[in-house]
Ligand binder design. Structure first.
Ligand code: IPD
Length: 286
C-alpha cells in the first residue's frame, strides 16, 4: 500500500496543515505561471474569466489530493464535483480574484477548505504575490503566518469600512448597486477589492470592519469564512438564515447586529436569482 495515502479522517489541526500545504503549493504554481502567456476565456458571462493558470493551479490541487486522499470528495471551481466516501470534502478555488490576476492587481489568492461531515473543519488562503497565508481550523485560532488574528476594531456603523463584491451578471449587479448606493452614506466607506476569500481574511486581520456579498459560491467563502469566524467575527445570512449564496455577511461582534439589520432593511439578500433552495422571493420583508 502506498504509505502517503491516508484513509482515516485527520484531526482539524492536521487538516489545517494540509490546507496550508495545498494552498501554498498551488500559489507557487500560480506565481511561476504568472509570466507565461495567459490564455483567457470567459465562463458564465463576458466578464467572468478563467485562465490557463486557474486550470493549472486546480489540476495541481486535484492531483496532489488524489494521491494523498483518494477517497475524499472534491468541489472545485473549474471542474465537475468528485464524489467521495470518507465523509471528507475539499472545497477549492484555484484563483479567487481571477480578474485581478489577469490585470496584474496583486489581490488574488488560492483558497483551500475542507469539510468533515458537511461542516468546514479547516481552511487556508494564500496570496501568491504577497506570500501572505491565512489559516484556521474549527477548534483553533485564525492565523496569518505565525500571528493570531482577532478580527476588526470596535467601530460604529457610520465609521465602518465595509468590503463587498459584485456578480458577473449585469442584471444582478444593477440590483446590488441598488443596495450599495443607499448603504454608502450610512457607513464609513466601501471597498471592492476583488477577492471574496481575501476580503474575509482581511476582516479577520482587522483590515476591513465588515463584509457582505450576495451570490457567492462555496469555494469563494469556505476557507475565508472559517478564518473570519475563528478571529471572532459573526458570520451570517440575514433574517435568521445561515450565511450562503443569498447573503454572506460578516462583521466584528459589536458591529454585527446594526450591520446585519441595515443589510436586511435594504433587502441585500433579495438581489439574487434563485441560487439555492433557501430562496423564497415571496418572503415578506422583516
Ligand atoms: C470572485 C471574487 C470576487 C467576488 C465574486 C467572485 P473569482 O471569484 O471572489 O471578489 O465578488 O463574486 O465570483 O471568479 O475571481 O474566483
Amino acid at each position: 500500500m502506498n504509505p502517503t495515502v491516508d484513509t482515516s479522517v485527520p484531526s482539524p489541526a492536521d487538516l489545517e496543515t494540509m490546507c496550508i500545504e495545498l494552498s501554498r503549493g498551488a500559489a507557487d504554481v500560480v506565481a511561476q505561471a504568472r509570466r507565461d502567456e495567459l490564455s483567457v476565456s470567459t465562463k458564465s458571462t463576458a466578464t467572468d474569466l478563467v485562465t490557463e493558470v486557474d486550470r493549472r493551479s486546480e489540476a495541481w490541487l486535484l492531483e496532489t489530493l488524489y494521491r494523498r486522499r483518494p477517497d475524499d470528495a472534491v468541489l472545485a471551481e473549474e471542474s465537475a464535483a468528485r464524489p467521495g466516501r470518507s465523509g471528507v470534502r475539499w472545497i477549492l478555488d484555484p484563483i479567487d480574484g481571477t480578474v485581478n490576476f489577469v490585470l496584474g492587481l496583486p489581490q488574488y489568492a488560492v483558497s483551500v477548505a475542507v469539510e468533515v461531515d458537511g461542516e468546514v473543519a479547516a481552511g487556508a488562503v494564500c496570496n501568491p504575490v504577497s506570500g501572505e497565508l491565512f489559516s484556521a481550523c474549527q477548534d483553533g485560532p485564525a492565523r496569518l503566518g505565525g500571528a493570531t488574528l482577532h478580527g476588526p476594531r470596535a467601530v460604529a456603523l457610520e465609521r465602518a469600512v465595509v468590503g463587498t463584491g459584485f456578480s458577473y451578471d449585469a442584471a444582478m449587479r444593477e440590483r446590488q448597486m441598488g443596495v450599495a448606493a443607499p448603504l454608502l452614506p450610512r457607513i464609513g466607506d466601501l471597498r471592492r477589492l476583488g477577492s471574496a476569500a481575501l476580503d474575509l481574511c482581511f476582516l479577520a486581520a482587522g483590515r476591513l470592519d465588515a463584509y457582505y456579498e450576495a451570490g457567492l459560491h462555496p469555494w469563494d467563502h469556505a476557507a475565508g469564512g472559517l478564518i473570519a469566524e475563528r478571529a471572532g467575527c459573526a458570520v451570517s445570512g440575514l433574517r435568521g438564515n445561515a450565511a450562503g449564496s443569498l447573503m454572506y455577511a460578516a462583521a466584528g461582534r459589536d458591529l454585527a447586529p446594526a450591520f446585519f439589520a441595515e443589510l436586511a432593511a435594504l433587502d441585500a439578500d433579495r438581489v439574487s436569482r434563485p441560487l439555492d433552495s433557501a430562496y423564497r422571493p415571496s418572503d415578506p420583508p422583516s
